[in-house]
Design a protein around this ligand. Structure first.
Ligand code: JFZ
Length: 474
């Protein structure tokens, strides 16, 4: 009786969905294209960049969240939808796109001073307006008072400043008549075929016209119509990578043939890095994210990507908050992409200029703890974040919270010891190290109140230096 009871119990456990049941592996044909993490030079460069600038710029920058005297608090790039503006009315905004203040050389200088190593700019957002002269539509920059190829000017200026350029592209398109949210009948299918063709043509056009482009950042891929076209997105990724070897594509582009997005039906990441961290970060103690490439994209106000005239409607992040987010990303092998929304006249708003300046001032003396750095394999402590230096014997402590005790805890794995500790700003002066027990330490800098985050460098010796603190991804 008892045995029977146990047999039944065990059996029932296997039939409860999700419990003890080995998940059936699906046969995925249109999932990942290449082995991850990618280890080619282009991907290594992407990974070493760590800090990038996102730019959302389009016709939505003209009204800046205000329509007929009314301010709409929702994301400015969604104004057409929030204020229920008819497509023809919205589309005629292009006649006001004259950009007297557009100065891409100055933009690139602002970005460079801020310390970014890459930029991702919207070439077409949901509104469907194309920022380059596209041979596949008239709804583009050629048909505005500005008239010139602003994207070419942009690519040239940023490339000259040594900043890698990536293109954002929204598949979702409020202007194109072939766009469908779902495919419910033959008419939808035929219409969506024309959208697919258009998408493919434009992306090939972009990677051909601008061979400098390092990566594509897809968006607007969450609707049923796109999810039902897993094979198409697979083949498109393949085609674009053939046209532009080394091209880096975000996970948001893809759905597999079962409609599973970002990760395929077996949990395998698609594209080259995870791009689901949108206005949020992983838990700072999460070590799972460190095993793959990922990027967090962040707005300065709460939820504004495009230019919004009134930033007083939500919390505006301080440079210190943004720097901490960037450092956290680095500490977990992720990149940080900080958004800017230039104005309808081509200028960059003062608030963004000031933030860029403040971040740049911090980056100059501290960027050694960011570029080329990653997960250090150490337990996170309350004072801040460890980042692994490319030199395997060095680990950075980026301090954001100074302990009242003045003692900063560091716990190392067995077999490792701290040789010395010093401030990045004064490498010749060793800090006091207190050993609590083997592998467990307090670093004790002289008591000083720093107004900004600062870096302590640890030099670590190890019995087996090769294995020491290797980044999970290198
Ligand atoms: C999308 C866009 O709608 C938005 O305008 C902006 O371009 C942003 C970068 O991407 O918005 C999203 C996309 C995904 C999520 C949230 C907003 N998400 O996964 O939570």
């Amino acid at each position: 009786m008892r045995n029977l009871f146990f047999c039944l119990l065990i059996l029932s456990l296997f039939t409860i969905p999700g419990f003890a049941q080995p998940k059936e592996k699906k046969d995925v044909k249109y999932g990942q294209l290449n082995e991850l993490p990618r280890q080619d030079e282009a991907m290594k460069k992407w990974r070493s960049n760590r800090f990038g600038q996102f730019i959302h710029w389009g016709l939505y920058a003209i009204p800046g969240g205000v329509w007929k005297g009314k301010t709409y608090n929702y994301a400015a790039e969604f104004l057409k939808s929030s204020a229920k503006i008819p497509t023809s009315t919205w589309d005629s905004l292009r006649f006001q796109f004259d950009l007297p203040k557009y100065n891409p050389v100055e933009w690139a200088a602002i970005a460079k001073n801020m310390g970014v190593k890459y930029v991702t700019i919207t070439t077409k957002h949901h509104e469907g307006f194309c920022m380059w002269p596209s041979q596949y539509t008239d709804f583009d920059i050629e048909n505005t008072p500005y008239g010139k190829d602003l994207l070419r000017e942009f690519v040239d200026a940023y490339t000259a400043a040594g900043i890698d350029v990536n293109f954002y592209y929204s598949v979702l398109d409020w202007h194109h008549t072939g766009w469908r949210y779902d495919i419910k009948n033959e008419e939808d299918r035929v219409a969506f075929e024309s959208l697919k063709e258009y998408t493919k043509n434009q992306l090939v056009e972009l990677v051909t016209r601008y061979p400098e482009v390092k990566g594509l950042w897809f968006d607007g891929t969450w609707d049923a119509s796109w999810k039902k076209n897993g094979q198409f997105s697979y083949e498109l990724e393949k085609l674009l990578k053939e046209k532009r070897p080394g091209l880096i594509v975000n996970s948001r582009m893809r759905a597999d043939e079962y409609g599973s997005r970002h990760f395929d039906s077996n949990g395998v990441l698609m594209g080259d890095y995870e791009s689901g961290y949108e206005r949020r970060l992983p838990d700072a103690w999460d070590t799972k994210v460190t095993t793959r490439d990922w990027e967090c994209c962040m707005t300065i106000p709460e939820n504004q990507w495009g230019y919004h005239k009134d930033w007083s409607i939500s919390h505006v992040k301080t440079p210190e908050e943004l720097i901490e987010m960037m450092v956290q990303c680095t500490s977990q092998n992720g990149n940080f992409l900080l958004n800017f929304g230039p104005m309808g006249n081509g200028d960059i708003r003062m608030e963004e200029r000031n933030i860029a300046k403040a971040i740049g001032q911090w980056m100059k003396p501290n960027s050694e703890a960011i570029y080329n750095c990653g997960y250090a394999g150490l337990k996170k402590q309350d004072w801040g974040y460890f980042t692994q230096s490319p030199d395997p014997s060095k680990v950075n402590m980026v301090v954001f919270s100074q302990p009242i005790s003045g003692k900063y805890r560091v716990t190392l794995p067995k077999g490792k010891t701290i040789k010395k500790a010093y401030l990045l700003s004064s490498p010749d002066k060793n800090l006091k190290i207190e050993e609590i027990s083997p592998n467990d330490y307090f670093i004790c800098p002289e008591k000083s109140i720093n107004k900004q985050a600062y870096v302590i460098v640890l030099e670590i010796s190890s019995e087996d230096s090769k294995k020491t603190f290797q980044k999970a991804l290198t």
